[in-house]
Design a protein around this ligand. Structure first.
Ligand SMILES: C[S@@+](CC[C@H](N)C(=O)[O-])C[C@H]1O[C@@H](n2cnc3c(N)ncnc32)[C@H](O)[C@@H]1O
Length: 254
């Protein structure tokens, strides 16, 4: 298992926006209250924690021990979540589940192999759900500035090997040629506000600028980010509309 997000977990938990209530309710309605759900690539429980109160149980799996620790800490009051260290290559070793959800994590996996294995493991009405930025995520308002700072530090963008950027294939395309080709996509939009600390914290939540990746340049990087962001926007406040897609994939009817 790799260390893609070394040191990012607390920043991820604090500064990455969740998927929003509407997306979680959509997932909950799709899965149903008596279901057992696998959250694969759960991170600090971004989906698992809000979903847990709507379903019977959630198994939250991630290869990154720091992410799991953050999730366990945040979910101290939430029962019915089983946190397990593992990854998409270990699906057969996991306790049985009725449905699977992947929040911003499918791009890290060998997507076709995962779907073929899920076809063997999920019950006939089992659903594969993806939640995340969708096909046309747009650009954060601070991204042009951040691109310059990352370039100065020789950072990324490190693309997940199975992302659209790396392969030219959207998740939609991969699903459409899989056993789970009956697709339904819903996009929810929310206006989100960020202050300077939130934008800086967000940078440390990304794999390509995670603290472990920066090593002893962490402080120099955050100083440079702060200066560049304030130079481009002295108010230190940003707003943007975040689109979250819930993509539900079912087996095609025979
Ligand atoms: C961007 S985070 C997503 C966290 C959370 N699910 C969300 O919706 O925000 C991606 C997570 O996928 C995990 N991951 C990376 N490779 C994986 C794999 N092959 N199988 C399962 N999880 C993986 C990472 O450790 C990381 O926690």
């Amino acid at each position: 298992m790799t260390d893609l997000f070394g040191g990012a977990a607390p920043y991820y938990a604090r500064y990455r926006a969740g998927h929003g209530e509407q997306a979680i309710e959509h997932l909950a309605t799709t899965f149903g209250p008596d279901s057992s759900v696998l959250d694969l690539g759960c991170g600090p429980g971004t989906v698992a924690i809000p979903l847990a109160r709507h379903v019977r149980e959630v198994t939250a799996v991630d290869p990154d021990e720091e992410m799991l620790a953050e999730g366990r800490r945040l979910a101290a009051e939430v029962p019915d979540i089983r946190w397990l260290r593992g990854d998409s290559t270990m699906l057969r070793t996991l306790p049985p589940f009725d449905h699977v959800v992947m929040g911003r994590s499918f791009h890290w996996m060998d997507r076709r192999t995962v779907l073929a294995e899920l076809d063997e493991l999920l019950p006939p009405d089992g659903v594969v759900a993806l939640v995340g930025p969708g096909r046309d995520p747009g650009e954060d308002p601070w991204e042009p500035t951040m691109r310059r700072v990352r370039a100065e530090f020789g950072l990324g963008p490190m693309r997940a090997t199975n992302s659209y950027q790396a392969t030219g294939e959207h998740h939609h395309d991969v699903l459409a040629t899989s056993p789970f080709r009956d697709l339904s996509s819903t996009v929810y939009e929310r206006r989100l506000a960020y202050d300077l600390d939130a934008v800086i914290g967000l940078q440390l939540s990304y794999s390509f600028s995670a603290p472990a990746h920066l090593g002893d340049r962490l402080e120099a990087f955050t100083d440079a980010v702060r200066k560049a962001l304030l130079a481009s926007n002295p108010s230190g406040r940003w707003e943007h509309v975040e689109a979250t897609e819930v993509l539900i994939a079912r087996r095609a009817p025979a």
